[in-house]
Design a protein around this ligand. Structure first.
Ligand code: COA
Length: 251
């Protein structure tokens, strides 16, 4: 069976752990099993002194289309009182002790966009689009984005992204401060991995302290993630969200 998340290290980029979305036939939509694999990879990175940076990558022309819609329906129908599958991954992102880098080429939807708010450097191709259609799906912002996005890009742009569901082009995202650099589609991976390898050469303790200072307290991010999850879980079970998911599956 194809691995939908590939976790690897390469000799060319020592100190870098790569987490790659690899489900291109479904636009790298993320299932519960994929969240679990990514969570264990982040935990592995925290526990391993040899890992100095983590780089998220997608496939050609697609970073991720966000949470798997089938899984959203499954959760809605299960009546589960547990948080949805992405919750543990989102917390692992917020708790990562290693610098996080993302290389985005193409679609970055839902958590494909909000994940980048937890990244320290994002490189994107000019053809990338960042979009979070939460409200259109009768959902609410997740992954701490309701706290992080206004800080990073300001209230109005955060509202346009997270509530109005506006798509941001790579150039717009760059000007807004959501990402670090725009490069050609063929350069995204090379650039993201090179950034990881450069960070890997730096004194790790100083880098970690610098990162912690720049990111600020994790507690408030974790508290906001929990607050969002209360609403997000309830919204997933709402009739209007079910209708939106089913409309997507039928289209
Ligand atoms: N969950 C499950 N499957 C998804 C998916 C998702 N989030 N996004 C795309 N797919 C699947 C499609 O169902 C399709 O599968 P099929 O070939 O078996 O029918 C395949 O990926 C290709 O998608 P398609 O819609 O045909 O490609 P497109 O280029 O026309 O559109 C998107 C791509 C991403 C714009 C569109 O698929 C989309 O809007 N997806 C939903 C994104 C979303 O709302 N995510 C949740 C955010 S909270």
């Amino acid at each position: 069976m194809t691995e939908h998340i590939i976790v690897e290290r390469t000799a060319a980029h020592p100190g870098v752990l790569i987490i790659r979305f690899n489900r291109p036939e479904k636009k790298n939509a993320i299932t519960a099993a994929m969240y679990q694999r990514m969570t264990s990879a982040l935990e592995e990175a925290n526990a391993d002194d040899e890992v100095k940076a983590v780089v998220f990558l997608g496939t050609e022309g697609c970073f991720s289309a966000g949470n798997d819609m089938g899984d959203f329906i499954g959760y809605a129908m299960s009546g589960s009182s547990e948080p949805p599958a992405g919750a543990i991954f989102i917390k692992a992102l917020a708790l990562s002790q290693k610098p996080l880098i993302s290389g985005v080429d193409g679609l970055a939807i839902g958590i494909g966009t909000t994940l980048n708010l937890h990244c320290d450097l994002t490189v994107a191709s000019g053809r990338s689009v960042f979009k979070t259609p939460f409200v259109d799906l009768a959902l609410v912002p997740e992954a701490g984005s309701s706290l992080l996005a206004p800080r990073v890009i300001g209230h109005q742009r955060a509202f346009a992204l997270l509530a109005a569901g506006e798509g941001f082009s790579a150039d717009y995202a760059l000007n807004a401060g959501l990402i670090w650099k725009v490069v050609g589609p063929n350069e995204v991976e090379m650039e993201a991995l090179a950034l990881g390898a450069e960070l890997a050469k730096k004194p790790p303790q100083a880098l970690q302290i610098a990162r912690d200072l720049v990111r600020g307290p994790r507690d408030e991010v974790l508290a906001r993630i929990d607050e969002e999850l209360v609403h997000f879980s309830a919204r997933l079970k709402s009739a209007e969200a079910r209708a939106a998911f089913e409309a997507f599956m039928r289209r």
